[in-house]
Write a protein that binds this ligand. Structure first.
Ligand SMILES: Nc1ncnc2c1ncn2[C@@H]1O[C@H](COP(=O)(O)OP(=O)(O)OP(=O)(O)O)[C@@H](O)[C@H]1O
Ligand SMILES: [Mg+2]
Length: 481
């Protein structure tokens, strides 16, 4: 009897060979470049790392035809330009010790190399001391070309025909609107933690974002407001060296879904399910089922206790002592949410909070009594140190609508008017028809609905049947009325 194979797919027996560079690059690119939004994220990160104060992003056809990111950062040295698309070539990492305390968003030297493997790329850059810029053009699996370029100081990266040579990847992309939504979300996540930078995002002729520079508070409010109307409240605390700052909506203003919170660790907006759960749990029963608060929670553990090099897209981080971070966050949120304005607690006015550390520490200890005897004991021993705790109602600045927002609004108003006009006309026509039909019904001696009119021919009855079935009447010259 033949032996049963439990593995239905058996690879054909071949010798091991080294993949050619183009194929290896394409495989590696799959981890970094998932969709247009991943490209936007990487390019914007590079602009921020270059110290740009203005970043303009343009998309065409959801980013598939073109993604263009222009910045006013410090630019790239002309001799370095060819290295930008070489894998593991970076200006951001000096040695292994830098990785522990990495300050920049990028550090792997992979992003542009990955993009260049799956799209046409054009990088133009000029540094402040150069009279003219340099342009690099690259096509997948081809040698890049360099030429001089007239431009302002800064860098412009243009990506064309994303995944044109990888049809399998293209198939996984969603509709244009969905992809644009992802790109917009990527810019928002970046803008949230870089309020000093002016970001604009356009799709074709439409301006989707225009985030002017401001304070952190203004930027966070502006972006949270895109997710829900609020009101939002702010709290700040520190526990065992973990600093927490949070902008939180009231439970009534919570959004549907599992998490509507931005979680920021070391100036990166990251995915952290445990922290999202802690935020939801801190609201307790006040949170309606199936909803989660609209929030931005910034957690800052001691510098060397966070590893950012754990995810190819740098969308996740790892804590060296996760339980310590989670417990600290739980304590800060738990204590403060018990005194939240919506919980009927005594909200501390900004003026009261400004009285200083002594009061804040006292209030932290008092509140810690509510958090359980263990925490209370710790606080008494002085291990829980509150620097400053305050609640305040965030005051909204009236944001003047951007020209495009005004245009959208006027277009919406005119559409609504024309809809109303057509609805009124159609109601008039319907009323006249109903009146005519009722008159006919009375004249026919009150036949039932759907019955042929007295004296109607068999052909016209058949036509009526066909019409009711939604078919076109076959009789020549017949009209549907
Ligand atoms: N907009 C920009 N302004 C200035 N320099 C840039 C810009 N974009 C890229 N560079 C330079 O090109 C290099 C390669 O960029 P790339 O994004 O591929 O790698 P990285 O940012 O170093 O690391 P990562 O792969 O983690 O993003 C960067 O190290 C940087 O020196
Ligand atoms: Mg980068």
């Amino acid at each position: 009897m033949a032996a049963t194979s439990y593995n239905s797919f058996v690879a054909p027996s071949r010798r091991i060979v080294r993949l050619n560079q183009a194929l290896a690059d394409q495989i590696a690119a799959g981890e970094v470049v998932e969709r247009p939004a991943s490209v936007v994220k990487e390019l914007v990160e590079n602009s921020i790392d270059a110290g740009a104060l203005r970043v303009d992003i343009e998309l065409e056809d959801g980013g598939l035809t073109c993604i263009r990111v222009r910045d006013n950062g410090r630019g790239i040295h002309p001799d370095d330009l060819p290295l930008t698309i070489v894998r593991h070539a970076t200006s951001k990492l000096g040695g292994p010790e830098d990785l522990v305390e990495i300050q920049t968003l990028g550090f792997r030297g992979e992003a542009l190399a990955s993009v260049a493997a799956v799209a046409h790329l054009c990088v133009r850059s000029r540094q402040a001391d150069a009279e003219v810029g340099v342009e690099l053009r690259s096509v997948p699996a081809d040698e890049p070309r360099l030429s001089p370029a007239g431009m302002a100081v800064g860098t412009q990266v243009e990506i064309r025909g994303l995944f044109a040579s990888v049809p399998a990847r293209r198939k996984f992309l969603r509709s244009e609107a969905t992809e644009v939504g992802h790109c917009s979300e990527a810019v928002i996540r970046m803008a949230l933690v870089h309020p000093e930078v002016h970001f604009t995002l356009r799709h074709g002729r439409r301006e989707l974002l225009n985030l002017r520079p401001g304070t952190e508070d203004e930027r966070v409010q502006q972006l949270l407001r895109r997710r829900g109307r609020g009101p939002f409240f702010f709290l700040e605390g520190e526990d065992e060296g973990v600093r927490v700052r949070a902008w939180l909506s009231s439970p009534e203003a919570a959004a549907r879904g599992r998490s509507a919170a931005f979680i920021v660790v070391r100036r990166r907006v990251v995915r952290e399910r445990s922290i999202s759960q802690i935020i939801n749990q801190a609201y307790g029963d006040a949170l309606p089922a199936g909803k989660s608060p609209i929030a931005c929670v910034m957690v800052e553990p001691p510098r060397t206790t966070v590893d950012v090099n754990v995810h190819p897209q740098k969308a996740e981080v790892r804590f060296s002592e996760p339980q310590r971070v989670y417990a600290a966050l739980r304590r800060v949120l738990g204590r403060e949410l018990a005194r939240a304005p919506w919980a009927g607690g005594a909200a501390v006015e900004p003026s009261v909070a400004a009285r200083g550390d002594a009061d804040a520490t006292a209030s932290g200890e008092a509140a810690s009594g509510e958090a359980g005897p263990r925490e209370a004991g710790r606080a008494r021993r002085g291990r829980v140190r509150w620097r400053r705790v305050r609640w305040r109602r965030v005051r909204w600045r009236r944001v003047r609508p951007t020209p495009s927002a005004a245009r959208t609004r006027s277009a919406a108003v005119s559409t609504a008017f024309s809809k109303m006009f057509f609805w009124t006309c159609s109601q008039g026509i319907l009323a006249r028809r109903t009146a005519r039909a009722t008159a006919g019904l009375v004249a026919a001696g009150g036949r039932g609905l759907g019955e042929p009119r007295a004296g109607a021919t068999a052909a016209s009855a058949r036509r009526g049947d066909a019409r009711r079935r939604g078919e076109r009447d076959a009789a020549p010259g017949a009209r549907i009325v």
